[in-house]
Design a protein around this ligand. Structure first.
Ligand code: AHR
Length: 357
């Protein structure tokens, strides 16, 4: 071969090899970027989870359920306990973004103030799942919600009340005709949280059907046993200061409280602590609580409560399923509700299973 022809062959071969190599590199690069979209290239899926704290036995069980399910599904959790502060949750979510977790899940303590951080997660390509509570934000900023139906919980509590007063025609099963108003005390949970708004709304929607039912006092007990106790003590102390204390029931500004609607069991247990301390009887008071912790189920079987609406904390298995779906590039439902029961004084208590929280 002439030298000129040899040079030409070398140049052509070099060009072919270069073209082949760049094809291989482009394919490899494409594959890596597709994988990154679903799993950020971690060996195990990593879930960043921001919990609001441990204000109740319900919350402790909720956290445990998520850890147990993660272990069962070989999903690693990066956990943060926000100690009841939204600012801590915002910091935690930002740290999950820096860490490039595969999915972020969080329990929004309040409804507002999440837009910026969720936009940051979206810009980083990290999908977000809301757990237990909902938010006020554009729904495109998160993949979906998993938790309880707070509106329905409030309605269930009120339906029990309505049926009870309509069945016996009295305020509290004591034979006294209720031509007067039936006075309700509401112990409400954390202000500005979605679950409180929903439980309040659902309850009101149903009690409107009987004009005798009136909420005469509503107070924020922050879902805490200590606050439930404090609020009840406050009512008792006020009656004592005004010289009109009676121990046959709780009173608000001289009006007998016929019904207590408590947004969670911790506050209900606080109320029971207080009435025990001051020797106040609530045997004629209808008491309805939400959560279904073992302690409140026990109180129901002992006749101290009339109804407990379940709020199911065992969200772990469903959450891991959603995380896996997202990691596989699938779309998850906008809303996934967990199943919840109602426990009442009319139940066959022998059928109750231990609650586990
Ligand atoms: O958001 C769910 C509520 O928060 C539960 O009813 C309560 O116990 C918890 O603290």
């Amino acid at each position: 071969m002439k030298p000129k022809a040899r040079i030409l062959v070398i140049i052509i071969s070099a060009l072919i090899i270069a073209a082949l190599l760049s094809f291989i590199f482009i394919r490899a690069g494409k594959k890596a970027s597709t994988e990154k979209k679903t799993s950020q290239n971690h060996e195990k899926l990593i879930l960043g989870f921001s919990q609001i704290g441990s204000e109740s036995a319900w919350r402790t069980r909720n956290t445990a359920s998520i850890f147990e399910a993660a272990a069962e599904n070989n999903i690693q959790i990066l956990f943060d306990d926000a100690q009841q502060k939204q600012e801590n949750q915002l910091k935690a979510i930002r740290s999950f973004i820096v860490y490039q977790v595969d999915v972020i899940a969080f329990v929004p303590i309040v409804e507002d103030g999440w837009d910026n951080v969720l936009q940051e997660a979206r810009d980083a390509g990290i999908p977000v799942i809301l757990v237990d509570r909902q938010i006020n934000a554009d729904s495109s900023l998160y993949a979906g919600f998993l938790g309880e139906n707070g509106l329905e919980e409030g309605r269930k509590a009120a339906r029990f009340l309505l049926e009870k007063i309509q069945a016996d025609g009295s305020t509290a099963g004591n034979g006294e005709r209720a031509d007067r108003t039936i006075n309700i005390l509401e112990l409400s949970g954390t202000e500005n949280s979605s679950v409180v708004r929903e439980r309040a709304k659902g309850f009101r929607e149903v009690i409107e059907k009987d004009s005798r039912l009136q909420i005469i006092h509503s107070e924020d007990g922050d879902f805490l046993r200590s606050r439930g106790q404090e609020i009840t003590e406050g009512l008792i102390q006020k009656a004592r200061d005004n010289g009109n204390f009676k121990n046959d029931a709780l009173y608000f500004e001289g009006q007998k409280i016929d019904v207590v609607y408590s947004h969670n069991d911790s506050m209900t247990l606080g109320l029971l602590d207080s009435i025990g301390n001051y020797g106040v009887s609530t045997s004629e008071t209808i008491i309805i609580s939400i959560d279904a912790e073992q302690k409140c189920i026990d109180a129901l079987t002992q006749g101290k409560l009339n109804c407990v609406v379940e709020c199911n904390p065992n969200l772990g298995p469903m959450l891991m399923h959603l995380v896996e779906q997202i990691a596989q590039g699938k779309t998850i439902p906008r809303i996934t509700y967990i199943e919840e029961k109602v426990f009442t004084e009319d139940d066959d208590f022998s059928l109750y299973e231990p609650r586990g929280y």
